[in-house]
Design a protein around this ligand. Structure first.
Ligand code: ZN
Length: 66
């Protein structure tokens, strides 16, 4: 699936090589950080919160497409 470049949901940078689901994108760098983050990391809580908002955004996008 090819989409126009969207800003990364997490860092706001353009994410031409990232994943895009609905209208939400995540750049390769943030995806990598997300995959590597684990409990105990200083910014783990931040990522968990961002990820929760990310999924919420996806759910809202799915609802609005109906
Ligand atoms: Zn990013």
């Amino acid at each position: 699936m090819t989409v126009a470049t969207l800003p990364c949901f997490f860092c706001g940078q353009e994410a031409p090589d990232g994943l895009a689901i609905a209208h939400i994108a995540i750049c390769g760098l943030c995806h990598e950080r997300l995959v590597r983050s684990c409990p105990g990391d200083p910014d783990y809580d931040v990522w968990v919160r961002r990820l929760r908002a990310f999924w919420q955004g996806l759910a809202e996008a799915a609802i609005s497409q109906d």
